[in-house]
Write a protein that binds this ligand. Structure first.
Ligand SMILES: [Zn+2]
Length: 306
């Protein structure tokens, strides 16, 4: 069991408002922190959310617009002042490496930790850990942009101890072999893992759109997400503006979520023109039955699928 929750650190598009900071989303998964984008000034909400400056952490950048990546500089500075020791891994298109290395050369951050910048050169696998991976897919924005998925691997099925005892299998090494899917031979008899271990239990899948128009490849990429965070810069009456600027409307976000069989949709990246988002949510709810609007510092728990 690994707890996972998503924390919104910035939910405005392009320009901050009194209530909303620029794009940044954190996923706290066990002891690790996985950040998607870092708009200017995001470290203030990072501190408010109590996320911790020295934990294992990766940052994934969707695209090189200032409101999505300039905040990394402030974050590096703040983390250094707080004495971070752990390496920081940052992923994005090749110009992100150029941007960060130039800034680190010019500005003396007094870095107290190592920054590893990874250039993404193709779609697919971006980072892999023991029990989850991060994948990317090309988005459709005004510049090169990526959407991301965090996908947990299946967990082993539930071990039926009662059944194992009934079969006379002694506890210990044989149990763990069976639990990890290996068949064993005991007292000259073959015991299959599936005799005592239930079917694998699916992990969770979270999608992060970044800035984009809806596309068919994103429908496939986000298929069956337990949680999808999709940009909703405009209401559908501004669809022409959304098309012109490479963004989506709330209605379009919900339609894509429905087509991808997404369980829960969270709207974010609202144009500063919207003082409140109830109309956008209503518009999306007309096509998807589980929609909420993100607010700065709102926290969403991500339970395992039933
Ligand atoms: Zn953008």
């Amino acid at each position: 069991m690994t707890n996972m929750r998503l924390i919104f650190l910035g939910t405005s598009s392009a320009t901050p408002t009194a209530e909303r900071g620029l794009s940044s989303i954190a996923i706290a998964r066990g002891g690790e922190l996985i950040l998607f984008d870092a708009g200017e000034g995001m470290q203030r909400n990072f501190i408010k959310a109590g996320l911790g400056m020295n934990r294992k952490m990766k940052v994934f950048v969707t695209h090189m617009h200032a409101d999505h990546c300039v905040g990394i500089l402030g974050l590096l500075q703040t983390m250094s002042l707080q004495g971070r020791q752990a390496d920081l891994d940052i992923y994005g298109e090749p110009r992100l490496a150029e941007f960060l290395h130039e800034n680190m050369r010019i500005i003396n951050f007094g870095l107290t930790f190592k920054v590893n910048v990874h250039a993404i050169r193709s779609e697919g696998l971006v980072a892999k850990e023991r029990d989850y991976q991060i994948l990317c897919c090309r988005a459709n924005h005004s510049v090169l942009a990526y959407s991301y998925c965090l996908e947990e691997f299946d967990r082993p099925g539930i071990f039926d101890i009662k059944r194992a005892k009934e079969m006379g299998i002694p506890e210990g090494q044989l149990y763990s072999s069976l639990q990890t899917g290996k068949d064993i031979t005991y007292n000259g008899k073959i015991i299959r893992s599936s005799d005592v271990v239930g079917p694998p239990r699916p992990g969770r899948k979270i999608g992060i759109s970044g800035d984009t128009r809806p596309t068919d490849s994103l429908i496939a990429f986000f298929r069956n997400c337990d949680l999808l965070v999709f940009e909703s810069t405009y209401g559908h009456d501004k669809q022409a503006k959304a098309i012109e600027t490479g963004h989506s409307t709330a209605y379009e976000a919900a339609l894509l979520a429905r087509q991808a069989s997404v369980k829960k949709l969270l709207l974010t990246h609202f144009s500063a023109r919207y003082e409140e988002t109830s109309e956008l949510v209503k518009e999306a709810q007309a096509v998807h039955n589980n929609v909420e609007a993100a607010e700065d510092l709102s926290v969403v728990e991500v339970p395992y699928p039933q």
